[in-house]
Design a protein around this ligand. Structure first.
Ligand code: T5A
Length: 224
C-alpha cells in the first residue's frame, strides 16, 4: 500500500495555520486531490490534527500548557510536556495513519519546539533536537509549510480573535525570537520547509499553498 504523507503547517501565533489547514483539507477532499493526481486522488483519505492536543492525553497536556497554572511552568518542564504530547501523538495517531496511506495535515510539529523552546525560551538547541528525536522516533514531516508573517501582525490577529492563552501572553520580543527561529530553520532545511508569504489575504495564501501541495504530491509519487 502507498505510504501516507505528513504535511505540517508552522508559524508564529496568528499566522493563519488553522485557517489554511482547514481550507487545504476542504480543497484536497473537494477536488484538489483529483486535480493533482487524477482519478487515483479520489481514494486518498485526508485528516487534520494538531500539536499539542492531537490525542486524548495530548488534550490534557494542551490544557496544562495553554491555560496557565497556579505556579509558573519552568522552561524545561514546558519542553518535556510538549515532548510528551508529541511522543503520544506519533505513536497513537501519526504512524498508524501514515501506515494506512493517509495524508495528514498537522498544525505544528518539531519545528515549533525548536522555535519556541529553543529560540524563544533560549534552551539548548542540541538538547531540543535530542528530545525531538526521542519523541518522534525519527519521523520527519514530508513537507512543512511555514506561514511567514511578522510576529507583531500575527499577535494582533490572534488577540483580536479573543483572550490570549499562556503562550500568546509572552512579550513581543519572545515572539520575535520565535520568528527568527522559523527563519533560521527555513534556511537550514530548504527542501523540507517551504516559505509562504502569510501577510497576504487568506485567499492569496490559500492559492499559494494549493500550488505547492499539488506540486509536491505529484513529485513525491502519490500516484500509487
Ligand atoms: N508550542 C507548540 C510550543 O511552544 N512548542 C511546541 O512544540 C508546540 C507544538 C499552541 C501553542 O503552543 C506553542 C505554540 C503556541 O503558542 P495553538 O492554539 O496551536 O497553541 O496556537 P497557534 O498555533 O498560534 O494558533 P492560533 O489560532 O493563535 O494561530 P493560527 O492557527 O496561526 O491562526 P488562525 O488561522 O487561527 O488565525 C488567527 C486569526 O487571524 C485571522 C483569522 O481569521 C483569525 O481570526 N487570519 C487572517 N487575518 C488577515 N489575513 C490573513 N491572511 C489571515 N489568516 C488568518
Amino acid at each position: 500500500m502507498m505510504q501516507g504523507k505528513l504535511i505540517v503547517f508552522e508559524g508564529v501565533e496568528g499566522s493563519g495555520k488553522t485557517t489554511q489547514l482547514e481550507r487545504s483539507r476542504d480543497w484536497l477532499l473537494g477536488c484538489g486531490l483529483q486535480q493533482c493526481l487524477g482519478e487515483f486522488g479520489n481514494q486518498i483519505p485526508v485528516v487534520v490534527t494538531r500539536e499539542p492536543g492531537g490525542t486524548s492525553l495530548g488534550l490534557g497536556l494542551r490544557q496544562l500548557l495553554l491555560e496557565g497554572q497556579a505556579s509558573p511552568i519552568q522552561d524545561r518542564a514546558e519542553l518535556l510536556l510538549y515532548g510528551a504530547d508529541r511522543a503520544q501523538h506519533v505513536e497513537e495517531f501519526l504512524k498508524p495513519q501514515l501506515a494506512k496511506g493517509v495524508i495528514i495535515l498537522c498544525d505544528r510539529y518539531t519545528d515549533s519546539t525548536i522555535a519556541y523552546q529553543g529560540y524563544g525560551r533560549g534552551l539548548d538547541l542540541g538538547l531540543i533536537q535530542q528530545l525531538n528525536q526521542i519523541a518522534t522516533g525519527g519521523l520527519e514531516s514530508h513537507l512543512t509549510l511555514w506561514l511567514d508573517v511578522d510576529a507583531e501582525i500575527g499577535l494582533k490577529r490572534a488577540r483580536q480573535r479573543g483572550a490570549a492563552d499562556r503562550m500568546e501572553q509572552a512579550e513581543l520580543a519572545f515572539h520575535q525570537r520565535v520568528q527568527q527561529g522559523f527563519t533560521q530553520l527555513a534556511l537550514s532545511y530548504p527542501q523540507r520547509i517551504v516559505r509562504i508569504d502569510a501577510s497576504q489575504s487568506q485567499e492569496e495564501v490559500h492559492l499559494a499553498i494549493r500550488e505547492i501541495l499539488c506540486q509536491r504530491l505529484k513529485d513525491e509519487g502519490m500516484r500509487g
